[in-house]
Each structure stands twice: as C-alpha cells, then as structure tokens.
Design a binder for this molecule. Structure first.
Ligand SMILES: Nc1ncnc2c1ncn2[C@@H]1O[C@H](COP(=O)(O)OP(=O)(O)OP(=O)(O)O)[C@@H](O)[C@H]1O
Length: 774
C-alpha cells in the first residue's frame, strides 16, 4: 500500500506538498550564519594531522568499483526508532584512526615472513672486538604504520603541507603512539635493529635488508680463533631471538631474549598518556561476527571470546607498505611548480567565483557564450602518464606533492580526542548489513555502550595486497576532517584485531535517495526537491569552498534520515583540487552523472563536474528517473546531446578541440529539456517553474566555465519563489530501508567509473589508457 510504503506520506503530507507557502527559507536548520560559524575554526593545526593520516600511508589505487548505483527498492520496515539515535545524541569526540593496539603487534614482529633475503656481505660488517649484534637494514623501513604520527618525521612533515584540509586546524597535536608502535630501545627507529646482550664469546654481526621483511636474517660469526665467518640465521620468535649458527659452530642454536617493546616513537611525555586499554588482549577479528561478510542474524547472547595473542601474527603487508610509501615520498619532493600553480589557481578562483555568481544570475545555461574568464583550480590530466601502469597511483603521487594550500573558506571545527586509541569493532553489535559497495560493506550496528545506532563501513581490504585502499584513505581523511550538516558524520574509526579490518563509524541514515525514489510511487514535489537541493548545494558549496571535489555525486550517495536531513556520503573518489591529475581521472563520477567535459576527454576539470552531477540529481529528484542513463560513455554523450542539443563552439568555446569530439555524435540542434520538465503538465510529466528550469539549465550548462557554482545556485530565485522549500521538519518520512539487507534491492545500476576501469583493464590489458578517447 502506498501509505504504508511511504510511511504516512500520502495520508498526511502529500496534500501539503505544495502548500507550504508560509515557510520561509530560514526554516532550514542551518543558515549561512551557522555556516560561517562552522567555518571559523582554526585550520592550521588540523591540517597536519589529516595529512599525516593520508600521506603516511603507502597506498595503491583501489581495486575497481563493481557497482555504481547500488540501491534497489526498499523493504518496508518499522525502524523509525533508529532515527532517534541516528546522530541525534551528542556526538562523542571522534577518535583518530589507526593508532594500533599493543596486541596488534605481536611478539616477534620485528621480522616478518615477507622479507627479502638480500645477500649480505658478512665481511664488511664483521667487528672483531665487538659483542654487539647489529642488524642494519639497507632499506629503511619502519614497522607497519598506517599513520605516522611522529611530527618530527621529516617525510611526513614536509608532506603535510600539501594537504589542505580545512578541518586540519582544529585537530590537536598527534597522539602518542600506542605501545604497539613503540620500539624497543634496541630497535633503531628507522628500521635498524640493534641487540646488545652478550650471546657468546663470538663476535656476531648481522645484516638484513629490512627487519620488516624476513624473519630470518643472515649474518656471520667472527670466530676469534679463526675469524672465519660462519653462516648464521637469525629469527625472532615471540620475544625470543633465535640464532642458529651454521655447520661448524659449536653453538648450533642460541636463544636470546629480546627486550619487550617499550619505547614510543613519540616522546616520553606523550607516552604517559597511553591508556591501559592499549594493552588489553584484542579479540580476534576472525572469530568475531565482523570477520565475515555474511549477514547472519546477531545472536544477542553471543560472546566473542578474547583470544590469546597468537605467537606469530599474520604479516601486515598493507601497513608495512603504507609507511614505506611515506619514506619514499620524502625523497622525491617536487613542489616548486606545483606550488605556484595550485596557489595561483586557487587565488584566482576565489575572486572569480563572485564574478561567476553574478554572471550566473544574469545568464541562462548555454545561451551565453563569451565568458572569457577562466575557471581556476582545474585539475590537469597528465597524458604522459596515461600508459603508466605503475604500482603507485598517480593521483596519490600528486597528493604527496607539496604545494601551497589555499586558504580554506570555512574550516570546520572538530573535536577529536586523539589521545584515545581506536576502539574495537567488537564494542558494536552488528544488526544487519545495509549494503555492500565497492569499497566497503556497510552495516547497521549498535554501540554496546551507548545504545546508539550507527552505520559501520568496513574498508574492503581483500583485494588490497600491497596497500591500504587509497579510496578509503581519502574517504576517512575527508570525513574525519569535515563537519557539516550536509556531510555524513564519521564519528570515529574502529579496528578489528587485525589492522586490515578497519571500520568507519558513521551516523546512521535511514535512506539513500536512490533507494528511496525507487520505492516511491511519485516523485518528490517541487518544495521537497527544493529542500533537498538546498541541503545538497550547501554541502557541495562547503566541499568546494574547502577545495574538495566529491567526484561521485549521485543519488545513491545522498543519504536521507527521517528528520528530513540530507547528507552526502561516499568520499572514496573525493580529492583536493587545484592539483594536477594523471591517469584514470576522467573515469570519475558514475556515468549517468558524469559531466560532458569528462566524457569528452577534457584535460582539465574542476568544481563544475560536481555541479553537472547536481543538475542530473535535481532532474532525477523531480522526475524520479535518471536523466541520462547511458550504458557506455558514447551512449551517455548521445543521450545528453539528444536532450540538450549537440554543443558547438559558440555555446562551448573549446568544445571542438576536445578529444572526444572526433566521434561522430548525433547532431541535435535544439535543447529539449523543457519538454521533459514543462511549466504545466496534463500528462504527469514533472512540472518545473521558469525559475526552476533556469536553475536546471544552468546546472546542465555544457561549458564548465559558465556552469553555475554552488554558491550562485544557492542564491537562485527558484528557492525564493512559491512553493517555498519545504522545511526539513515537514519532509515526508519513510520506513527505514536500511534495516534490511539491501543486496536484494538493487534494481537500477549506473555504470560505475571504476567498474569501467576494470572492464577496460580486462579489454586492454593495461591501466590508464585514457578512457573513451585514450
Ligand atoms: N551512514 C550511513 N547510514 C546508512 N546507510 C549508509 C551510510 N553510509 C552508506 N550507507 C549505505 O551504503 C551504501 C554504500 O555506501 P558507500 O557509497 O559509502 O560505499 P561504497 O563502497 O563507496 O559504495 P559504491 O560502490 O556505491 O561507491 C550507500 O549507498 C548507502 O545506501
């Protein structure tokens, strides 16, 4: 039944859909003043922290998205009770991610099984008179460390400048490392291991390429009598160092107790803040209900036993490589040109945005050629790298390029208690799986302590053999840094007992717009669309003001709760703009919402790509159907051209030079958009006033230079004319769709950018071949 399906919407609220004329724009929960207040944080401190989080990681390009629009029809379920707890309560201080519990580090971790057995020249390291056993790595690698909090680390400190998260300012200084990260006094911080106890009358010298790589080190025994090196193997078993001496040595095996891991990378004062819980035995993720992806119902009484720490832990290639990446980066600074470029571009943009805003108000869509102003802050796609199938994601490389960061327009205030380590995911009770996206599985869960219902997004690591997923790092970075009513709130990051189990704890939202619309009988009304669009624009403006492109705005990434609040989620493709981009990057934005400049292979893009997506979303909210649902990039362009007319040099200067224009597209002279959204309709077509159509037209303007900005769109007359935007309080409510397993509900799918990439990889056998036109 419709009423049931829509949670009372039809009975009570549908009649009022267009009748809320008396509601003022001020009804919205957050005003511009509030915005400004949010934006008045201290940006500087935070920045470094966020940057540490991101740049300390050795990451690889995330494996490819499998699905785009993941929403299906909803399952009716009474879960409004959840809404009360979804972000309604006072938020706890966020906890910073990735501090590692002591139990995450195993005895014997100083060496792992994945190491290299690089040849060692025993002679060169023999010290006749010394009884010191030294292991000096050739490659300096730290033990696994997803986040390098050490502020003195030159690599990270220089890199930290390149991250311009505005929120970074509010973050406190780096937390002390939990004991898991501390090193023995005998462990040289940058990777060398020095073990000094006397172990025999022989002089021993050991060398390894890396203590991280390889539990067995080769070395030599300088026999005082013969001084002939003897083959020697050295391994760390738990807290015991085992030394096996080769054939001729009298001691075939020497056991040497190594010092427990005590010293922190940070300073001693910070170490005092380490909580005891860092030493608590960790539950084993593999035995907890979070370990697998199944959706078995939760047994309330189920107790996950604490498990003794296994003697030898699984190696942690992700974390190992994370830190290695940072170190590599430090040796390749190339900030010069980039710094200037980014800075100038950024500066230019601010002054220009006003200009565009004014222009936008007086112009309509593509009918206004001649705007010569250049949109700054564009991303540059470096063709030279298009065929570079390197291990290192070029985007990630960019991020580590130090460059002057623009002054954020509105640094959010953030309260993060970084002195606390990550909690265990076992402090949450799993209720059901919400959805499984490309980057992670999203669960509905209850905080056992507070009873709060949250969404837990588990970072998918299965395919990540050599690094923490870049997409997840980006998402965690952005979401931990940003705080805005229209951006989903990440409260903290929790970990499983394996460091490759990482969860983002988010406020729970009952719906996403995609799934919701698929379940609705009729589309949102104009006043409701205005309410949603205003919130969406506020969130987008906030991102753009803070130099972040979302790059994957689509209805399934817009969450809605039963308080009428819309929040943008899924920041896996988000990134700072104003920096050059390299391969893959035109494969951003799910196909249906992808801007024509991306589809046509433009080498530069900026905030306008998100604005195009907003145009597609606005149309979809009004009609309940995706506006351009192409199956391939060519089909997508074809669909766009058939509705909006084929662009030309007049309405889009530079169009004819775009690589994709070579393709023989349909020649369609007229813009037929108005037919889809008439002012009045007797056929059930979604109606849109002149003013509303003007906004839609400006969002779907071909020329990205002329496309309306979020700021200008927020000031558009459409939001001031009747029907006025519905207040969030009066937005219809719906049965929570996320209380059910959403896998059953996937109905419509938009080709996903990373899915495309995977397909192309399969077809072409290599990455980064330039998308449609590469
Ligand atoms: N905080 C949340 N509350 C409720 N549901 C959520 C929340 N975050 C995400 N979801 C649901 O999970 C889905 C997938 O989340 P998300 O898009 O973040 O994951 P993803 O792996 O990046 O997915 P995709 O492959 O679609 O990009 C969303 O479409 C939404 O339905």
């Amino acid at each position: 039944m419709a009423a049931g399906r829509h949670g009372g919407y039809h009975d009570n609220e549908f009649k009022d859909r267009e009748s809320d004329f008396e509601l003022l724009k001020e009804d919205f929960a957050y005003s511009k003043d509030q915005y400004d207040r949010i934006g008045n944080g201290n940006a500087e401190n935070d920045r470094g922290q966020v940057h540490h989080l991101r740049d300390s990681a050795r990451v690889r390009q995330k494996d490819i998205k499998e699905t785009g629009v993941t929403n299906g029809g909803y399952r009716s379920s009474s879960s409004r009770s959840d809404s009360g707890s979804s972000g309604g309560g006072a938020l706890r201080s966020r906890r910073c991610g990735f501090s590692v519990r002591a139990t995450d580090k195993e005895p014997g971790e100083l060496s792992s099984e994945s190491g290299s057995d690089d040849a060692i020249d025993p002679d060169s390291h023999a010290h006749k008179d010394s009884e010191v056993l030294k292991v000096t790595p050739v490659e300096k690698k730290r033990k696994f460390s997803p986040v390098v909090w050490d502020r003195d680390d030159k690599a990270t400190s220089s890199l930290s400048k390149s991250w311009s998260s505005p929120a970074a300012a509010a973050l406190p200084p780096p937390p002390p490392l939990p004991k898991a990260y501390r090193q023995s006094p005998n462990v040289i911080p940058d990777g060398g291991v020095e073990i000094s106890p006397v172990i025999s009358s022989k002089n021993l010298t050991l060398q390894s390429s890396s203590p991280l790589k390889g539990s067995v080190f080769k070395g030599s025994v300088g026999n005082s009598a013969s001084n002939s090196p003897v083959e020697l193997a050295f391994s760390l078993e738990g807290s015991v160092v085992k030394v096996s001496v080769g054939n001729s040595a009298p001691e075939s095996s020497i056991e040497l107790a190594s010092s427990p891991v005590e010293e922190q990378w940070g300073n001693d004062q910070e170490a005092q803040h380490i909580e005891d819980e860092d030493y608590a035995p960790m539950r084993n993720i593999s035995s907890s209900r979070w370990a697998d992806g199944n959706n078995s119902p939760v047994d309330e009484g189920e107790i996950v036993e604490d498990q003794a720490v296994p003697k030898r832990r699984k190696k942690m290639p992700h974390m190992e490589s994370l830190d290695f990446r940072v170190r590599n980066k430090s040796s390749t600074p190339d900030p010069g040109d980039f710094k200037r470029e980014g800075y100038d571009a950024d500066r230019g943009r601010s002054s220009e945005s006003d200009e565009r805003g004014t222009c936008a108000r007086s112009s309509s869509g593509d009918d206004h050629p001649g705007n010569d102003s250049r949109r700054d802050g564009y991303m540059e796609i470096d063709d030279e790298h298009d065929n570079n199938d390197s291990d290192i994601d070029p985007e990630d490389e960019d991020e580590n390029d130090s460059h002057e960061t623009p002054e954020p327009a509105g640094p959010p205030q953030r309260s993060i208690n970084m002195l606390q380590g990550c909690r265990s995911v076992d402090e949450f009770e799993r209720l059901n799986k919400i959805d499984e996206g490309t980057y992670g599985v999203v669960y509905r869960a209850r905080d056992k302590k507070t009873g709060e219902i949250v969404a837990l997004k588990k970072v998918k690591m299965e395919k990540e053999r050599e690094g923490f997923p870049l997409t997840s790092l980006r998402e965690i970075n952005v979401l931990l840094s940003f705080h805005h009513p229209s951006i989903v709130d990440v409260k903290e990051v929790v970990v499983g007992s394996n460091l490759d189990s990482i969860f983002m704890v988010m406020e729970y939202m009952e719906h996403d717009l995609k799934g919701l619309m698929e379940s609705m009988r009729q589309p949102f009304s104009q006043s409701e669309v205005k309410c949603l669009m205003l919130q969406l624009l506020e969130g987008t403006k906030y991102l753009h003001d803070n130099w972040v492109l979302h790059r994957d705005l689509k209805t399934s990434n817009l969450l809605l709760n039963n308080r009428g609040e819309l929040k943008i989620c899924d920041f896996g493709l988000a990134r700072q703009y104003g920096s050059p981009l390299k391969p893959y990057t035109h494969l951003v934005v799910t196909l249906w919402y992808r801007a024509p400049e991306l589809l046509l292979g433009a080498k530069q893009y900026s905030t306008a790509i998100d604005m195009w997506s907003l145009g597609c979303i606005m149309a979809e909210l009004l009609s309940k159907d995706p506006l351009f649902n192409g199956k391939t990039e060519v089909d997508q362009l074809d669909k766009i051209f058939r509705i909006l007319g084929t662009p030309n040099e007049t309405i889009w200067p530079g169009f004819s030079k775009l690589p994709g224009v070579k393709v023989n597209f349909v020649k369609q002279q007229y813009n037929l958009l108005r037919k889809k959204f008439p002012a009045t309709s007797f056929t059930g077509s979604p109606v849109l006033s002149d003013s509303g159509f003007d906004l839609l037209n400006k969002l779907l303007t071909y020329d990205p230079e002329k496309r309306i900005t979020a700021e200008a769109a927020l000031n558009h007359d459409w939001f001031r004319e009747v029907p006025l935007p519905k207040s969030k309080d009066f937005m219809p409510t719906f049965p929570a769709q996320h209380a059910q397993d959403r896998r059953l509900r996937r109905i419509m799918k938009s080709p996903d950018p990373l899915e495309e990439q995977r397909r192309k990889e399969l077809q072409q056998g290599e990455l980064g071949t330039g998308g449609l036109f590469g």
